[in-house]
Design a protein around this ligand. Structure first.
Ligand code: FAD
Ligand code: NAG
Ligand code: NAG
Ligand code: NAG
Ligand code: NAG
Ligand code: NAG
Ligand code: NAG
Length: 488
């Protein structure tokens, strides 16, 4: 007994010692980085305000305490940082907007890299493209482009980072017209793991260009994106919130929109929520003109709303309509089901799952149970060339998003298991109504729960992605940072 206890004590002491030594080692790596980078870049430590901003994530469960944070200010400095991290085999995280809902995907216990100093938004009217630094959130880009009456295909609510969102695919209000965000990227400025800075284009580097479109941080660190822009005037839209008692009308209007509206300027997100125990439905409506043609949104606009904020406005004002800070700073994960169709019975199954899981987990620390359905036209994947995600463009799938938020870390595994179970249920429901490809369809990596198989994320792209990985990152330096990882 005494022996066992003493042994257990020694093991515990050894573990504490090991993590102490690791922190010491990482701390010397931080020092080395600090001594090697230019004046454009900085290293920060707890509790400096810049350090706290650098490790901050939208979901508390996506944050970790790192040994130091680095804010590189030039692509060359990103290269210096990467070569030091690679040669010392130090774990690191790369953060754009910090909105990914999987833990350890853009955070780390090692060295946190924040791209926050890459803030350029440079519009070139002669080419109709804009160079956007990887530290921006979409809000900044929309604001900078407003005076030029052009826009990019970006995020739909406030606060999302351009980097992770673009490197995973990107579903926008403008996707029905122009495709996924990756279909609008013309150049990735990429720092390879050996420190070389390169502008990756479809014509010069077809394989790497393909692999980056859905390949995140597997090939290096992207410092900037050049996007195609499109003409943009005032838009019509916003968010209405309805009490749960109107669910039948909202279901009918949503199914009708998903199956009958063919106008590519119209877009919709219907979200079924239990927020602090109350069943409400949020409907985000969008039309790419100052006024909506009669008919498209009548099924929603005729239902009495708890709150209504739909108007003619500029694009930035539109994305500010949803208050995303109500669900920030909680623990939270997403999961996804790639639907073929949004039917009335499927919406009823979604609502039934929402009610089921909020009742099952009401004794846990759940604050938000949320299912959103996102209709898109069958043609959205015809606007771009092949990409790692989605690995087939033969058919477009509709990324249903499930989001649970809670406050107590002890409940993490309950919510993880519930998110796996609810996705399995809705997949089975979809299959039972004839949506037979749902189980084998590409799962949107910006929504998929960690643990989802790489075959679901990258499918038939994986072979080519591995070949490119072996070329660009033979020592798997990028395996030291978290995320969807290419196995080599
Ligand atoms: C409130 C909210 C709303 C959302 N709305 C939408 C939406 O409308 N449409 C949509 O498609 N998705 C949406 N998403 C999902 C969103 O696309 C993902 O969360 C996305 O990963 C966020 O990008 P980020 O830069 O903020 O994330 P981060 O957490 O910073 O990064 C995500 C991943 O990208 C990697 N990465 C970040 N920067 C770089 C870089 N410079 N180089 C290489 N790798 C990098 C990270 O290491 C990490 O693995 C939403 C998410 C939230 C929380
Ligand atoms: C990549 O392109 C950007 C924008 O055109 C340019 O500023 C930068 O110098 C280029 N980088 C390299 C390594 O060619
Ligand atoms: C599509 O429109 C037709 C004609 O108005 C209607 O009968 C049908 O119910 C609509 N589909 C859905 C799913 O609502
Ligand atoms: C948004 O929500 C937060 C948190 O619930 C609240 O503090 C804030 O006042 C809200 N903002 C607006 C504009 O409603
Ligand atoms: C899905 O869950 C519902 C409860 O929301 C249940 O009635 C149904 O049997 C489940 N379906 C499948 C296929 O698991
Ligand atoms: C860096 O890696 C790239 C891709 O493998 C390679 O083309 C380049 O020559 C390397 N540069 C140096 C300086 O080793
Ligand atoms: C985070 O990701 C890194 C890189 O993939 C991995 O080595 C590490 O074990 C992960 N940490 C946790 C806590 O999952």
């Amino acid at each position: 007994m005494v022996h066992i206890r003493r042994f257990a004590f020694r093991v515990a002491a050894a573990l504490v010692y090991v993590s102490f030594v690791q922190a010491q080692t990482i701390s010397s790596v931080c020092q080395r980085i600090s001594n090697s980078i230019s004046l454009a870049s900085s290293v920060f430590y707890d509790p400096e305000p810049s350090y706290l901003a650098d490790i901050y994530h939208y979901a508390e469960s996506s944050s970790q305490t790192s040994v130091c944070s680095v804010e590189p200010g030039t692509a060359e400095d990103v290269g210096i940082v990467l070569t030091i991290l690679g040669s010392t085999r130090t774990l690191f995280g790369i953060k754009g907007g910090g909105h990914i809902m999987n833990p350890n995907y853009s955070s780390t216990a090692g060295v946190q890299i924040s791209m926050s100093r890459f803030t350029a938004v440079d519009y070139d009217s002669s080419t109709g493209t804009v160079v956007v630094g990887a530290g921006n959130i979409w809000d900044n880009v929309y604001e900078a482009l407003l005076p030029y009456n052009v826009n990019v295909v970006g995020g739909r609510v406030s606060g999302i980072g351009v980097a992770g969102y673009t490197l995973g695919g990107g579903y926008s209000y403008l996707t029905n017209q122009y495709g996924l965000t990756i279909d609008t990227v013309r150049v990735f400025e990429l720092v390879l793991p050996n420190g070389t800075v390169t502008n990756v284009t479809e014509s010069k580097h077809p394989d790497l260009f393909f692999a980056l479109k859905g390949g995140y941080n597997n090939y290096g660190i992207v410092t900037g994106f050049t996007y195609q822009t499109y003409p943009q005037g005032l838009v019509w839209g916003g968010q209405n919130i309805y009490l749960g008692q109107y669910v039948d009308q909202i279901n009918a209007a949503t199914a009708d929109f998903a199956n009958n509206v063919t106008d590519p300027k119209a877009a919709l997100i219907t979200t079924y929520d239990y927020q602090d125990g109350v069943f409400v439905i949020s409907v985000l409506m969008f039309y790419d003109a100052p006024t909506q043609p009669a008919g498209i949104f009548d099924g929603f606009l005729t239902v009495p709303a708890l709150s209504a904020d739909v108007s003619t406005r500029d694009y930035l004002d539109l994305v500010l309509t949803e208050n995303t800070s109500t669900s920030a700073n909680m623990r939270g994960y997403y999961n996804t089901v790639p639907l073929m169709d949004i039917t009335l019975p499927l919406l009823e199954a979604v609502v039934s799952q929402l009610q089921y899981w909020q009742s099952i987990l009401s004794s846990d620390s759940g604050t938000l149970f949320s299912y959103d359905v996102e209709p898109f036209l069958p043609t959205i994947l015809t606007h771009g060339s092949p990409s790692a995600y989605p690995w087939t463009r033969a058919e477009r799938f509709l990324p249903l998003n499930v989001y649970f938020a809670w406050t107590d870390a002890a409940d993490d595994s309950d919510f993880y298991n519930a998110l796996v179970a609810t996705a399995a249920n809705l997949t089975a429901v979809a299959v039972s109504e004839g949506q037979v490809l749902v189980p084998v369809a590409p799962h949107y990596p910006n929504y998929a729960l960690y643990g989802t198989s790489l075959a679901s994320i990258w499918g038939t792209s994986l072979g080519e992605m591995i070949v490119v990985k072996e070329e660009c990152d033979p020592h798997n330096v990028m395996g030291l940072t978290g995320g969807w990882k290419i196995p080599i």
